[in-house]
Design a protein. Structure first.
Length: 143
């Protein structure tokens, strides 16, 4: 019995460390996102000043409202804990499962696209052509 208790407590310890590490990572990403959103709101406000100088008051007003909302969202996000955010996501997933799955799928596609584009640019660029790698592929004229 002692062996099963020790393996259970070892598994619990590993899970707790994984959970703490994931929480720390999400918290860091949340902080990075809120700083980025604040920067975007500030840039939008600078744009509105330029638009007003050029007598584009209506467009400047729309951008100002968007910057206000973005700033409020950033402030709300920074004041919430990771566990609160996770609870909100879980509640949303339970209320709107189809929308949640669709949003997760779209986020995955965007993330993959971002990773693919950043990987291609760091490797000196990609030509977009898959070169044949085997001898019989050359005989057929490509992959």
């Amino acid at each position: 019995m002692d062996q099963s208790n020790s393996s259970h407590s070892g598994t619990t310890g590993i899970m707790a460390r994984l959970r703490d590490g994931a929480t720390s990572q999400v918290s860091q990403q949340k902080d990075t996102a809120t700083k980025g959103l604040g920067s975007i709101a500030q840039a939008a406000r600078q744009t509105t000043q330029q638009l007003r100088e050029q007598q584009h008051d209506t467009i400047a007003e729309y951008i100002e409202r968007a910057a206000d909302r973005l700033e409020k969202f950033s402030s709300d996000l920074s004041s919430r804990s990771v566990s609160d955010l996770m609870s909100d996501v879980q509640r949303f997933a339970r209320r709107q499962p189809a929308l949640f799955v669709g949003a997760a799928f779209a986020a995955g596609l965007l993330g993959a696209r971002f990773l693919k584009s950043s990987n291609g640019s760091s490797a000196g660029g990609s030509t977009g052509y898959d070169y044949p790698t085997r001898r019989d592929d050359y005989a057929r004229g490509g992959v």
